[in-house]
Ligand binder design. Structure first.
Ligand code: HEM
Length: 488
């Protein structure tokens, strides 16, 4: 009991604060529901235009996916890549990585004009890029993920940023990794995201050096399968044919799968930057092997890394986080007040003088009653608010920064499991998780070390908890006011 209470309090701490934050602040963070009110059809419109373009030309999925990457690595995901040259702006489209190579801009124009018709000046080009990358991946058979939204578009471009920050195919492994690290991405992100090369094409000019003169000695790259190299030389001569196209993954060039990693293990990666993932680092090779064997793991890591990449320095309305908002609404278990024959659960030991946030739920309910009367249940509102809050708070903790308030947030949410290991769990029911069961201790250790695993388990357990004996079908009712049962 004590343990489950502690779990509830922990969840509630994570869960309810940002509801206030999302209602009170016009917040500066990204979250998937950003356009739910202002442009409810935004995601549907992006998906349908992308689907048409990909149906017309399968490669377009690859081209759109790549544009999000080339946008995010230059001043963050702010659609600076899409700006043409004009007064004071020199377009990034002319940089080395983009010239004669980046494509798909006209599809983005189509999406933007459809969205401008539906909800003028509402959906940013940066968000369109992020959504189009996700939709393209799904259409090619890859994983899906929820795209955090709310990015704004930049008012400038950076040609030099594009030339310097986007890795080149002939960069060394260390240089590529450090370009990722500069963006806050790590080795797992590098290897997983390179898996994008499971779809799409490369020009001869991007890998010619490997075929003829890899290191200034007029010899081909010894890490490239020699019969594959001979085939490539047929259409990628020593000079000329620069723009000739080759599949990055010749086994399944339009299917998003893990065959790219299998090719790397067979020395058949097309770009030097692909093959070095298997030849220049044991840690990277280990990941390549895992992804080659386990498609689900690749998909899982890819989706997470795409969200991480999409989160690189977005421009948002405001990044101010107010701790009071967090403290202002914490826990919310049952919200019916005293009424006919009902004794409220708010007076129970776990709730009295403790459970709070009810007025936020009142606000949500009255907004929903206006939009669609007696349709959305209070029970579902609680479940959705818990999910949305958790999503929002994960962006909070990433903000870091120097104020005392922000430091406190980090301590409260990021380090919970580390604190338990340091015997600094506040409640007895927290600390017993490390002291009374070896199995529980093992989990605490895993979560303390591996935030992604904690997030994964947390999300699954939240779904499980939300499935506890719901009233469905003809049982129960949809309350008009969450504090009262409807009068019959
Ligand atoms: C790790 C460093 C990377 C390097 C050095 C690199 C380099 C390249 C090069 C040289 C091409 C061929 C361009 C051409 O010849 O026109 C290419 C294509 C592509 N890249 Fe990357 N890339 C990297 C990472 C990524 C990432 C992180 C993504 C996506 C998240 C991505 C997605 C793609 C896609 C989908 C294509 C095919 C585009 C098409 O067919 O239009 N790449 N990349």
């Amino acid at each position: 009991m004590a343990r489950s209470m502690s779990f509830c309090i922990f969840i509630a701490l994570l869960a309810f604060a940002p509801i206030c934050f999302s209602f009170k602040n016009n917040n500066g963070n990204l979250y998937p529901q950003y356009y739910y009110k202002s442009c409810p059809k935004a995601q549907e419109i992006v998906k349908s235009v992308v689907a048409k373009a990909v149906a017309k030309e399968a490669r377009m999925a690859a081209s759109l996916l790549r544009l999000h990457f080339h946008d995010c690595f230059v001043k963050g995901c702010d659609a600076s890549l899409l700006l043409d040259s004009s007064r004071g702006i020199v377009t990034e489209k002319g940089s080395n990585p983009n010239k004669n190579s980046a494509r798909g801009f006209e599809v983005l124009d189509d999406i933007k004009s459809a969205l401008e018709k539906e909800c003028p000046q509402t959906v940013s080009c940066a968000d369109i890029l992020a959504l189009a990358a996700r939709d393209s991946t799904v259409l090619a058979g890859g994983p899906s993920w929820e795209v955090p939204l709310g990015r704004r578009d930049s008012r400038s471009a950076s040609l030099s940023g594009s030339n310097n920050n986007i890795p080149a195919p002939n960069n060394t492994f260390n240089s590529i990794l450090s370009k990722f690290q500069r963006q806050g991405l790590d080795l797992v992100d590098l290897v997983a995201l390179s898996g994008s090369h499971t779809i799409g094409n490369s020009r001869c000019t991007s890998f010619r050096q490997r075929l003829y003169n890899q290191s200034g000695k007029n010899k081909p790259d010894s890490t490239l399968d020699q019969s594959y190299a001979a085939q490539l030389r047929n259409r990628c001569p020593k000079s000329g044919g620069d723009q000739n196209l080759f599949f990055l993954d010749f086994v399944s060039p339009t299917k998003f799968d893990n065959s790219y990693f299998k090719l790397l293990l067979a020395s058949k990666g097309l770009l030097n930057s692909d093959q070095v993932l298997a030849t220049k680092s044991q840690a990277s090779l280990a990941l390549v092997k895992q992804y080659a064997e386990n498609n689900a793991l690749f998909f899982d890591h890819f989706a997470k890394s795409m969200v991480k990449m999409g989160n690189i320095s977005p421009l948002t309305v405001s990044s101010v986080i107010v701790l009071e908002d967090l403290i202002a609404c914490t826990i919310c278990l049952e919200i019916v007040n005293h009424g006919k024959g009902i004794v409220t659960e708010k007076g129970s030991n776990p709730n009295k003088n403790s459970a709070r946030g009810f007025e936020v739920l009142d606000d949500i309910k009255s907004a929903l009653e206006k939009e669609c009367p007696q349709t959305v249940s209070c029970a579902d509102i609680l479940a959705l608010a818990a999910r949305d809050s958790t999503v929002l708070i994960s962006w909070w903790t990433k903000l870091g920064g120097s104020t005392g308030k922000k430091r406190l947030q980090k301590r409260q949410f990021k380090r919970y499991f580390k604190l338990l290991l340091a015997s600094k769990g506040l409640l007895n029911s927290d600390q017993v998780l490390t002291t009374k069961s070896q199995a529980s201790l093992a989990l605490v250790k895993q979560y303390a070390e591996n935030n992604a695993l904690f997030f994964d388990h947390f999300a699954k357990s939240m779904v499980k908890m939300g499935n506890i004996s719901p009233l469905t079908g003809s049982s129960g009712e949809i309350r008009k006011n969450c504090r009262k049962i409807n009068s019959s």
